[in-house]
Design a protein around this ligand. Structure first.
Ligand code: SF4
Length: 372
């Protein structure tokens, strides 16, 4: 093992990566498995405490590696049990992660980028602009912080049962780092989550949905929010590049690769914007061909937004039309809105956003394959 100038943060390597890293250092690959168990099952970050790893190797590891979680800048628990962390990613940027406990499961909403450049009109994160992608270590670090806080032990005391890549950022624009982090989430030596309990949510990057279906095996959610191109382009500008018909075809291909899986369509309900009975009928027709379910999300207002939450009666009527048409449709209960942790309300601290935002837009215009 050579002395490295900067130490490798082992949170950045999945099992294969860690095994390769040990092998390159002339150590047996099973050492990687031992270290992973200490990191993810026992929440140990100090090599000195890894008692089944020989003393000489522990000293070597201390010289070239580190296990560093994100810095907790602030945390807050909602009256409904929802827990939010503001996590420092570097000296100037911070992101948010949110844990939502329910009777039968505990879901952590994880961020993939500092800010976001896709500019969805109803999204609080979008108002901050984009700064940078998160590393694998910064993504998995969010899960680790929550798991340690909860006293989660994979396979024994499982409080964290689901992860949704639905926080700040578009995960498919940070493809490699997100896929590697999701590998650790699903690994028995990592957080041991079942494939279907890790969900990636995208605004609809069609080529990257296809790539995801080749390289990972997680659940897919799509932020749809409108059933026709005119309205969707207004709400989700990315729709101009990847219109609804192409997006639906990509979703269908995704499900065809995985029998018995469904795509979740997220639909944020905004008063007088996308909540009419006619749009519900359009949506029912649209999703018919794709094995799917629909999540209706009452809009969560944030400072400066021009949108309002749909009335309860409009949401119920919209849901009824979909259900009557045979589309499995749920209304997501709003959680954590007293601490701004509800869906679409996440906001961290984003530095240097203007220049990077312009660069990001150019990349999107050029094509997402370059941007990923
Ligand atoms: S909804 Fe998602 S993709 Fe759209 S701007 Fe917000 S974080 Fe980005």
């Amino acid at each position: 093992m050579d002395m490295a100038q900067t130490r490798t943060n082992l949170f950045g390597l999945d099992r294969q990566g860690l095994r390769d890293w040990f092998a390159q250092a002339g150590e047996k690959p099973y050492r990687a498995d031992q270290v992973m168990k200490w990191m993810y099952h026992r929440h140990v970050t100090d090599f000195a405490q890894m008692t089944d790893v020989g003393k000489a190797l522990r000293s070597k590891l201390e010289a070239v590696a580190e296990i560093v979680p994100p810095n907790i800048l602030f945390e807050k628990q909602s009256t409904d049990g929802t827990h939010k962390w503001l996590l420092g990613m570097d000296a100037r940027n911070a992101i948010e992660a949110v844990f939502i406990p329910e009777s039968s499961r505990g879901t952590l909403c994880v961020s993939s980028q500092v800010g976001c450049g896709l500019n969805c009109q109803f999204c609080s994160t979008a108002t901050q602009g984009f700064n940078r992608n998160l590393s694998t270590a910064e993504i998995i670090g969010q899960v680790w912080v929550a798991a340690r806080h909860l006293g989660n032990v994979p396979h024994h005391q499982r409080k964290l049962t689901n992860v949704v890549m639905m926080g700040m950022g578009e995960p498919l624009l940070n493809f490699e780092n997100v896929v590697r982090a999701m590998n650790i989430m699903r690994d028995d030596l990592g957080f041991g989550l079942a494939n279907k309990r890790v969900t990636l949510s995208t605004a609809g990057l069609v080529p990257m949905i296809d790539r995801l279906s080749e390289e990972s095996d997680v659940s897919l959610a799509v932020s749809l929010h409108a059933p026709n191109d005119a309205l969707r382009t207004e709400l989700v500008p990315l729709n101009r590049k990847y219109p609804i018909a192409e997006l639906m075809d990509a979703c269908l291909r995704y499900t065809q690769k995985r029998p018995r899986t469904t795509v979740t369509f997220e639909y944020t309900m905004m008063k007088g914007v996308n909540d009419s009975p006619e749009l519900a009928r359009q949506l029912a027709r649209l999703v018919r061909k794709v094995p799917s379910k629909i999540n209706l999300i009452p809009f969560n207002p944030f400072a400066g937004t021009r949108f309002e939450r749909s009335d309860e009666s409009a949401i119920r009527e919209f849901q009824k039309i979909l259900l009557d048409a045979g589309a499995l449709t749920m209304v997501r209960r709003t959680r954590g809105d007293d601490i701004d942790a509800a869906c679409g309300q996440l906001k961290g601290q984003v530095a240097d956003r203007t220049r990077r935002q312009a660069e990001f837009r150019k990349k999107i215009e050029k094509g997402v394959a370059d941007a990923a």
